[in-house]
Design a protein around this ligand. Structure first.
Ligand code: SF4
Ligand code: SF4
Length: 399
């Protein structure tokens, strides 16, 4: 197993982290769920034997049983591993609620401290409208001073711009850099570190955060990636690895190596469900150099070129939106790109069907287009959107 310095936390974290959101579960006769403790113990111990030292859970994972299960499984090696868990901010209405939620996690994990305690799934709005006004970073620092948490972390789902905003205002180095001329309200870091690590989405299919990973690393944050194989979407066999001329033998391996090849990434988190997966991932995470920086750049460029020189290069910028008929053009083109560029037929089909049949918000079929031409006037790639929509929807419907 390879270990990497985890930002400025002083911790060396294993390149593979165990995401404990898909632990094996058993449904009881009364319909309740419980985690299969025996299998969980085996998997987590095998991961530990292979060098994994970072275990990530959250209050609600596995029908709210994940924390209890990993607390039991890791008990014999508690001081040798790092446990990460997360606070759902909808439970925090007043500053003191943050402590109450933490106490619940400590109780379930049966541990006196959490190594990395996350503000869970935040975005710019939750940061600006909850974390800052409720003074939650100062709350977290107090809990840290009491030894109940060791490091302050956040997991993130928003745009790269929002991530920059959170880093600049919530982490010590970001604030120091802003301090010169800032007339903005900053959370109280009280001379402390503020946010220290971030958990974010990044993989071959979704590289939106790539630049911000580098930025976060420069500001001293430790970076953990969730979904390194696109939530399993890159597990299906395709010709992609061969097309990109890499050493990786499969797209799955390529995806993993690519994430670990990013110099800003400290750890790739995988929601492993069985020992085979643990062992397979550990092999890649044990490579001294999963992907050289040069190869990483080349794969990134080749990937971009594959897209660029494919018949349809949609960057997903969204300038063509809103279509007056509500057609989600970037989403439809993305489904086609999965097929056309990555060779992921099932993913393309599921994305297309998921778009049309979304229960809450069914997507509008391109045959509703009224030829207004707005999208084509706005598209910086000069795509003949109307023509492409017809062709692409025909292909996707036939999958
Ligand atoms: S041309 Fe069609 S797809 Fe484009 S904006 Fe108008 S209605 Fe929407
Ligand atoms: S404006 Fe063009 S490139 Fe941007 S999302 Fe729309 S179709 Fe894609």
């Amino acid at each position: 197993m390879q270990y990497r310095p985890f930002g400025r936390t002083g911790v060396n974290i294993s390149a593979l982290g165990f995401g404990c959101m898909r632990l094996p579960e058993i449904q009881l006769e009364n319909g309740d769920w419980q985690v299969d403790q025996e299998k969980t113990n085996e998997m987590l111990m095998r991961a530990y034997e292979l060098g994994v030292n970072y275990f990530d859970t959250a209050l609600y994972y596995c029908h709210s049983n994940s924390e209890i299960a990993i607390g039991k499984a890791l008990k014999p090696i508690r001081d040798k591993v790092y446990i990460s868990t997360k606070c759902p901010l909808e439970l925090v209405k007043a500053p003191g609620d943050f402590r109450k939620v933490l106490m619940e996690s400590l109780r379930k994990l049966d541990t006196p401290y959490i190594d990395f305690y996350h503000f869970w799934g935040i975005n710019q709005r939750t940061f600006d409208e909850k974390i800052v006004p409720l003074g939650l970073i100062a709350e977290a620092q107090q809990l840290k001073a009491e030894g109940l948490i060791r490091h302050i972390s956040f997991s993130f789902h928003d745009s790269p711009e929002a991530l920059k905003h959170i880093i600049d205002h919530g982490c010590a180095q970001g604030q120091a850099d802003l301090a010169a001329g800032a007339d903005v309200v900053l959370p109280d870091l009280a001379g402390g570190t503020g946010l220290e690590t971030v958990l974010l989405q990044y993989n071959l299919l979704d590289r939106a955060n790539e630049e911000m990973i580098q930025y976060a690393a420069q500001k001293g944050l430790g970076v953990v990636v969730m979904g390194p194989v696109g939530g399993g979407r890159l597990a299906a066999p395709t010709e992609l690895a061969a097309k990109l001329g890499t050493e990786a033998v499969s797209t799955y391996e390529l995806a993993f190596r690519f994430v670990l090849g990013n110099p800003g990434v400290c750890c790739a988190l995988s929601g492993m469900q069985n020992i085979d997966m643990v062992e397979k991932n550990a092999v890649v995470a044990s490579l001294e150099n999963p992907m050289s920086e040069e190869e990483w750049r080349r794969v990134g460029e080749s990937l971009e070129n594959l897209k660029k020189f494919s018949e349809l290069y949609c960057t997903g910028c969204g300038y063509c939106q809103p279509c007056p008929k509500g057609i989600n053009i970037p989403r439809i083109f993305q489904a086609y790109t999965y097929l056309n560029v990555y060779g992921l037929r099932d993913l393309a089909k599921n994305t297309w069907n998921g778009y049309l049949n979304d229960q809450k918000n069914p997507g509008v079929h391109p045959d509703q287009c009224v030829n207004c031409g707005y999208c084509e006037r706005k598209c910086p790639q000069h795509l003949q959107v109307r023509e492409l929509l017809k062709r692409v929807s025909g292909v996707l419907a036939g999958l």
